[in-house]
Structure formats: C-alpha cells, structure tokens
Write a protein that binds this ligand. Structure first.
Ligand code: HEC
Length: 192
C-alpha cells in the first residue's frame, strides 16, 4: 500500500477522526528498531529504579544497635500506650491486708513544752481563779516552801487545796510523770 496515512473526511465526524495507519517495510523495520531500543531503555529504567528502592530499603533496615540513645528512642516509640492490669491473687491479698495502725512515737517533752501544752491555760496570766500564776512570787512562795517533791506529787496526782482544784497532770493523763515533774521545775524557775 502506497498510502501511509488516510484521513477520511466526511459528514460522519466520528469516523473522520479515526486514523488508519499503515507502514511500509522499511518503516516497519525502523519502528521495530525503535520499539526494541525503547524496550531496552524502559527495562534499564526499571532495573535502576528497583536498585535505588532496594538500596533505600536496605539502608533503612540496617540498624546501629550499639547506638543506645537511638535504641531507647525506638523502644520508646514502640512501647504500648497503656496496659490492662488484671488483679491476681497476689494483688488482691495485698489489697485485703489490714492496714497496720501507726505506732506512737515516744518523745519526751521538755518542761517548757509541757507547760505550754498542759499548764499554760490555768497557770499563765490571768490564769484560772485560785491557780498560782507563773512568776507570781506572792502566790508561789508559800507553795515552794513545801519543797519541790511535794509540788511535783500534787501536780502528778492532782490536788485539792483551799484556793481551788488542780487536776492530775493538768488533765493531760498522756503525759509521763517525769514530763510533769520537769514542768513544775520550769514553773519554779520562772520566779525572779
Ligand atoms: C484546769 C486548770 C489547771 C491546769 C490545766 C493546771 N493546773 Fe496546776 N493548779 C491549778 C489550781 C486551781 C491550783 C491551786 C490549787 C490550790 O492550791 O488550791 C494549781 C496548783 C498547782 C501547783 C501547786 C500545788 C501546791 O501543792 O501548791 C502546781 C505545782 C501545779 N499546779 C502544777 C501544774 C502543772 C505542772 C500543770 C501542767 C501539767 C498544771 N498545774 C495544770 C489549776 C490547774
């Protein structure tokens, strides 16, 4: 066929757009050659792309496990965001264990501390009626004359005098005898 390209024109526009292509022998050869070269080129392109991809994947999979910081960061990223803890027998036993009441810490209060806590209310000015106010010489002189020991006994066991009633340990039965004794000493020391 001599005609290479036949464009049919006519009223049918759809048919007119169709192109009929036919090649002669030399053109066919050229086309075959071109197709062959194109095939090789595309093949090489694919091979190159595959090589690049493989290289990229390979470099990603090669981890430096000696890099502690990087490994920690990875472990961090891979760590689960949360865990579900189911109570086992051990945990239930711990939860059911009775709470041990804290034991009282034994401390010894000093004379001034006992005075502030247990005696101040009645013996500091103005004081309760009848209670000798600390530092009041007139109120304390006749009492001090009885001797320290008797005053301490009265403070520990309580004392009903003519002026009023001194409750045992000032009502603080949790105080030790020695603590009350040192409070009495402190009160007498306040006399000028
Ligand atoms: C609720 C008030 C009150 C408290 C608290 C109190 N006292 Fe008295 N105390 C009195 C009264 C009232 C008297 C006087 C009793 C009397 O002579 O008739 C007195 C008297 C005393 C006397 C003299 C006893 C005597 O033989 O003359 C001493 C010592 C004494 N108190 C020590 C203490 C000490 C130490 C404390 C604190 C641990 C204390 N008091 C807490 C009211 C109190």
């Amino acid at each position: 066929m001599a005609d290479k390209v036949t464009i049919k024109l006519g009223y049918n526009r759809a048919a007119a757009r169709r192109e009929e292509i036919s090649l002669n022998a030399s053109e066919q050869k050229l086309f075959d050659g071109f197709t062959f070269v194109l095939g090789i080129f595309l093949g090489a392109l694919c091979a190159a792309a595959a090589a690049v991809t493989a290289g990229a994947l390979d470099s990603r999979s090669r981890l430096n496990t000696d890099d502690e910081i990087a490994m920690e960061a990875i472990a961090d990223r891979l760590a689960p965001v949360g865990r579900i803890a189911l109570l086992g027998d051990a945990e239930l036993a711990v939860a059911a264990a009775p709470v041990v009441a804290p034991t009282r810490v034994d401390t010894v209060l000093s004379g001034p501390q006992v005075f502030n806590e247990a005696c101040y209310l009645c013996h500091a000015p103005p004081g309760v009626p009848g209670a000798p106010v600390v530092g009041d010489v007139a109120a304390w002189e006749p009492r001090a004359a009885q001797g320290l020991q008797l005053l301490q006994e009265h403070a520990i066991n309580g004392y009903q005098g003519v002026a009023g009633f001194m409750p045992a340990k000032g009502g603080r039965v949790d105080l030790s005898d020695d603590e009350v004794r040192s409070a009495v000493e402190y009160m007498l020391e306040q006399l000028p």
